[in-house]
Design a protein around this ligand. Structure first.
Ligand code: GH3
Ligand code: MG
Ligand code: MG
Ligand code: MG
Length: 308
């Protein structure tokens, strides 16, 4: 099996470059220099640049300074103050060649400053450096959010996403559901088959849980040793229960042997399901506590099943 880093690296799409300049000749020159290597997006003024960043989510922006309307400095200021775009490196490409201009560019958060007339060799070299850095950064960031054993999201990602989705549901006055899962008698599984087999079992279960979630906004995470959680935003209690039942049925059908388990010598899972419309006074910690409580009630009720 290839490791997670190379799996992600191989699935990376081409780099995305936004070229911003009010002079068509400059745009053409930069397009010629880069179109074979990157997906190119173009903007002829500041307003367009800001729109393109939102729409195209580029990996890097080549930004002219002097433009009618919003100038390049202001575009950079706005990009850096928005968390959605703050991580995108900006390189100024400008005829302003004074030291004060360059200082200004760096103070605004640009990573580089190139003077016109454009020398394609110089622009290419500098873009290549910052493009590679940005993509390595993205790669590391995404690996840092994955569980190394199963490849699903890890606890860090779970915590971040729960905050983000909770806020979105709060804004929409929509329900958010949470399913907490814990594998039953898993210590006995390890004792019976060994730790390696236990790891394989966790991988299989993660894969199975992942397939029961169908909407892209749902998130499955491994939040502890043999504990998983599903965040189901914009989902009523009824929908969450449907998913939990689907998980239960999938585990039953998979029929993984667990000879030491009092639950019919098969691998089973216990689930706690909670749903809340996050009101203004709602707390994520309280939601987690309720889900844990439901899970532990199910453990006490004989495991292998769902408690709401
Ligand atoms: P319960 O039904 O009450 O949940 O019982 P349990 O044995 O599953 O629960 P307990 O919390 O006592 O033990 C969890 C076990 O899960 C302990 C550990 O051996 C195992 N475990 C945790 N993480 C891993 C892992 O990454 N790999 C393997 N193979 N086992 C793990
Ligand atoms: Mg200009
Ligand atoms: Mg546990
Ligand atoms: Mg357990």
């Amino acid at each position: 099996m290839p490791d997670i880093a190379s799996m992600i690296a191989n699935s990376l799409p081409r780099g995305r470059l936004l070229v911003v300049d009010d002079q068509p000749t400059n745009i053409r020159l930069l397009y010629e220099a880069f179109h074979q290597q990157y997906d190119i997006f173009m903007a002829a003024n500041g307003e367009e640049a800001l729109e393109q960043v939102k729409r195209a989510q580029p990996d890097l922006v080549l930004l002219d300074v002097m433009m009618p309307g919003i100038d390049g400095y202001e575009v950079c200021r706005r990009l850096k103050s928005d968390p959605q775009s703050a991580q995108i490196p900006v390189i100024f490409v400008t005829a302003q060649r004074s030291e004060a201009d360059e200082v200004m560019g760096f103070e605004l958060g640009a990573v580089d400053f190139i003077t016109k007339p454009i020398n394609p060799v110089i622009v290419k070299a500098r873009v290549a450096t910052h493009m590679a850095l940005k993509r390595q950064n993205d790669l590391l960031r995404s690996i840092a959010m994955l569980d190394g054993l199963t490849g699903v999201a890890n606890r860090r990602k779970f915590d971040e996403e729960l905050v983000r989705l909770w806020r979105q549901c709060q804004r929409d006055n929509a329900p958010l559901s949470l399913i907490m899962l814990d594998v039953d008698y898993f210590k006995l599984y390890n004792d019976s088959y060994g730790h390696q087999a236990g790891d394989d079992c966790l991988r299989k279960l993660a894969e199975l849980f992942r397939h029961t979630l169908q909407r892209p906004q749902d998130l499955l995470a491994r939040i502890g040793g043999e504990e998983f959680a599903c965040i189901l935003p914009w989902t009523e209690a009824k929908g969450a229960l449907t998913i939990a039942n689907r998980i239960k049925e999938a585990v039953r059908q998979q029929a993984l042997e667990h000879r030491a388990s009092p639950s019919g010598q098969m691998v089973t899972v216990s689930m706690g399901v909670v749903t809340q419309v996050p009101g203004a006074a709602g707390r994520i910690a309280a939601l987690m506590e309720l889900a844990d409580l439901a899970l532990y009630r199910q453990k006490a009720n004989g495991r292998d099943g769902i408690c709401v």
